[in-house]
Design a protein around this ligand. Structure first.
Ligand code: UDP
Length: 239
């Protein structure tokens, strides 16, 4: 394989929080921005879907008695804060970017328009998709699957900051946990492997979008991922 030409990079909120586990760590975001710059320089078209779990998670709010939809809208707003932080960092690294939000906020960013997003990508601008799908009860993993299908990305690169792939048990608890090289979405679903939620998994499976789960804490890994190097676990629709 030469390299991927168009990718969706899924950054969870946690990945932006670094070791503190919440909020936004400027050093971590700078490291991610320079890693993204590396692949833009390889002429890869990069769309980023950002999560919001470092600031707010809808499920956590609803577990404490909040209305679930309201809590989810708060989660989607949290992703916009992360998107702006990443945009700022990328532009400090002289990478051209556009943020598109699924909930309109015209003073802050463009609304999500599929054809416009594709045009930005063709011009080698990094497009950051914020505010999830715009709907409560969904996740930013599902957003990554949906946007990848819409913009015809070749792969979803799922950057994790605690693990470097998919394991049969939690490697931070079980020292005998085994890392998978390759899996199918059916394996994920049947095995209850907590890589992404089932809505996201089925969307990827039905549209045959491969997923690469890898660690972002190692500098240079995003580049290795787009070059198809063996750095994590690949999940595919079909074998
Ligand atoms: N969210 C939502 N709809 C979406 C995407 C996200 O309601 O389409 C909300 C949901 O409450 C979620 C929060 O936004 O908990 C943050 O997103 P997510 O948990 O996916 O972020 P991550 O785990 O990647 O940091």
């Amino acid at each position: 394989m030469d390299k991927y030409n168009r990718v969706v990079l899924k950054l969870s909120g946690e990945a932006l929080a670094g070791s503190q586990g919440y909020g936004i760590d400027p050093d971590v975001i700078q490291s991610i921005a320079s890693q993204i710059k590396e692949i833009v320089n390889l002429d890869v078209e990069v769309a980023v879907v950002v999560g919001g779990g470092n600031i707010w998670r809808g499920m956590a709010g609803s577990a404490k008695g909040m209305d679930r939809a309201t809590a989810d809208y708060m989660g989607m707003l949290a992703t916009v804060m992360n998107a702006l932080a990443l945009q700022d960092s990328l532009e400090h690294n002289e990478v051209e970017t556009r943020v598109q939000t699924s909930i309109e906020m015209r003073q802050v960013a463009e609304p999500y328009i599929r054809r416009k997003a594709i045009r930005h990508l063709e011009k080698k601008r990094v497009v950051i998709f914020a505010a999830g799908t715009g709907n409560p009860y969904f996740s930013t993993d599902t957003t990554a699957a949906l946007r990848a299908a819409e913009i015809e990305a070749e792969v979803i690169l799922m950057a994790k900051n605690k693990v470097d792939g998919v394991y049969d048990a939690d490697p931070s608890v079980n020292t005998n946990a085994k890392k998978y090289q390759e899996l199918t979405y059916l394996d994920l679903l049947n095995g209850g492997l907590g890589v992404m939620d089932s809505t996201a998994s089925t969307l990827c499976m039905d549209n045959n979008i491969p997923l690469l789960v890898f660690s972002i804490t190692e500098e240079g890994n995003i580049k290795k991922a787009v070059l198809g190097e063996d750095i994590g676990t690949v999940v595919r629709g079909k074998n």
